[in-house]
Each structure stands twice: as C-alpha cells, then as structure tokens.
Design a protein around this ligand. Structure first.
Ligand code: KIV
Length: 321
C-alpha cells in the first residue's frame, strides 16, 4: 500500500466523497480514511477491518473492493503471470492480481498485446490462481476473444472461470462493449472494465497516447458511468489526465484503478516487471521502479557463470559422497 501524507489523503478522497452519492459523508469517513491510508486498514470501533473483509485465508471478493472505496482505503494491484511472483504478491497482501494480456510483451516476447491468444493465457491464469490464497485473480480477455458478440464474450469468460479458476475477467472499451459486460455479469461473472488508453486498440488510437483530454474527458466519464450501470465492478483508467481520473473517481460508486491516471484513483496498478525493474529499456512516464531485479539477476548469473568457469562451483558442500 502506497504511503500518503495526511494532506494528500484529504485532497485525494475528500473531494470524491463530496461528489459521489455512494460515498458516506466526509465527516464520517475522514478519520477512518486517514488511519486507513497509513495502515492499509480501516478501524471501525474496536475491530480492524482489512481490505480482505474477514479472517486471513479468505479470498477478496468484489464487494470488499467497493467497501474499501466507501472507507476511502486505497489498494494496490499488480499483474502476475506465474507461480512465484503471484505467491509473493499474495503474501504481501496485494488484494487483486491481473493476469494481463500484457503477458504478450512480458512473458511471450510479442511486440504487442494484440498477438496473445486465449490458449496462451489460460495456463498462466491457472498458475496464478493455484499460487494464491487471498488475492482476487482477474483474467484479461485477449484481443479478438470478446469483441465479436456478447455470446463470444461470455463463452471466453466461462473458459477462464472454468478451465483456469479465475475469479473475474477484464475487457477493454467503453460504450461498444456494454452488451458484452451485461452478458458476462448476467452469468454471474464479475467484470473489470478498462478505459482511456486501451492497448488492444493501439492502432485505432494512433499509438500510445494520453486519452480523455479536453472534451474527450466527458465521453470517458459517460463511458465509465455506463460500464458501472452495465455491472462492471471496477474500471481501469489508463493514461488519462489526472483531473479527469479524479472526476470519474468521484462520480463512480465502484473503484477506479489508475495506471498513468494520477493519484486520485481508488487503486493503482502496474505491470510487475516494470515496478520491480526486471524489464530493460525506457519505461513509460507513469512507471516507478521500486527495485532493480534485472541488476540483481544479472549479478547472480555472472557469479554462477564465473564459478562454473573457474571450477569453484559446485563445492564439496554441493556434492554427494
Ligand atoms: O494487461 C495489462 O497488464 C493491463 C494493465 C496493466 C491494466 O491491462
């Protein structure tokens, strides 16, 4: 959970609380918000209520995320594509893990998310679900697996739930995917929406560009409200001006999850290899590197290779008598 100062805390969500009917009054929430932001949990009376909403070991459910928003409790989300990373993020208390179609770039080495297929993502989702005890695992519906029709979207979602054990699915787009969202939610499957820069539409959008500037901000807000009404339990806002994201966050009862959308979203998501410094090369402006895993791994490989070359590994302690 990112730490914020009391001033940031007030600025971040007090205004949201004023503008959203779903929020309780600022007076009721401000003390809990300040405490929650510092500790990652909210206090109600004597009991401490974590985002997980219950005893350790219980899965996060979508209603816990909505309750966290009502308490003004921010939460982190990360992508995960494999067992060990998922296990570590789950142990750290990251409440939502996304098996993103960004696996295209971060696992499979494709140049674009457009290339990854359902069959490639299914085993990754299964691995992440099996490695976690508490996190809500969201499966990203890849390009071409839901745009065709609500029926296609539902069929793909059922595969992720049934074959991989996902707890929710995510799809990209605004008004054009409302029938898809309604069909999936209608079958009892939670849907996370994704607005702003939507990588699956990179060619239509003319490349990686900030979305929602000027009048387009109103359209984004309309889309976000429509997605909430269609049943989406959260909305990712990618590369959206901070003020627009703040406005949307204030209007929605469901959480917004920012990635390049400023500090006022209810949650923040990053691709884990970006966050932990495993990926090389230039990074988007919105990424903050919290570690240098690439450097650590390179150091380990160099040492191993050197010790093999010089005959210092394996030592007697690594050998059988
Ligand atoms: O696929 C992905 O990784 C994503 C996000 C980072 C939101 O969609």
């Amino acid at each position: 959970m990112s730490q914020t100062t009391a001033a940031q805390t007030t600025a971040a969500h007090t205004s949201a609380a004023h503008t959203s009917a779903a929020h309780t009054s600022a007076a009721q929430t401000s003390a809990a918000q300040t405490s929650a932001r510092r500790t990652g949990a909210a206090r109600t009376g004597a009991a401490e209520v974590s985002l997980y909403g219950g005893p350790a070991g219980r899965r996060v459910r979508v209603h816990h995320l909505r309750a966290a928003k009502e308490r003004g409790e921010r939460w982190p989300m990360l992508t995960a594509y494999d067992q060990y990373a998922a296990e570590i993020f789950d142990e750290a208390g990251v409440p939502v893990l996304l098996v993103g179609d960004s696996a295209a770039n971060n696992v499979f080495g494709y140049e674009s998310t457009l290339r990854v297929r359902v069959e490639e993502l299914l085993p990754l989702v299964g691995a992440v679900v099996r490695a976690t005890r508490r996190a809500l695992v969201v499966a990203d519906l890849p390009f071409g697996s839901y745009q065709g029709s609500p029926e296609q979207a539902l069929a793909t979602s059922v595969r992720f739930m049934q074959e991989a054990g996902a707890h929710a699915v995510k799809l990209e787009g605004g008004s054009r995917v409302l029938p898809q969202v309604a069909a999936i939610v209608g079958a009892g499957i939670p849907v996370m929406a994704h607005l702003g820069f939507t990588p699956q539409s990179e060619h239509g959008l003319g490349g990686y560009r900030v979305q929602g500037r000027a009048d387009a901000g109103d359209e984004l807000l309309r889309d976000a409200v429509a997605l909430q009404e269609a049943g989406a339990f959260a909305v990712v806002l990618e590369m959206v001006p901070a003020e627009v994201a703040k406005r949307i966050t204030g209007e929605l009862a469901v959480p917004t999850i920012g990635i390049g959308a400023g500090v006022d979203c209810d949650a923040q998501v990053l691709v884990w290899q970006d966050m932990a410094g495993l990926r090389g090369g230039p990074l988007p402006r919105f990424v903050k590197r919290y570690a240098d895993l690439r450097g650590v791994l390179r150091g380990a490989v160099d040492s191993f290779a050197e010790e093999v070359r010089t005959g210092t590994y394996p030592g007697p302690e690594h050998s059988y008598l």
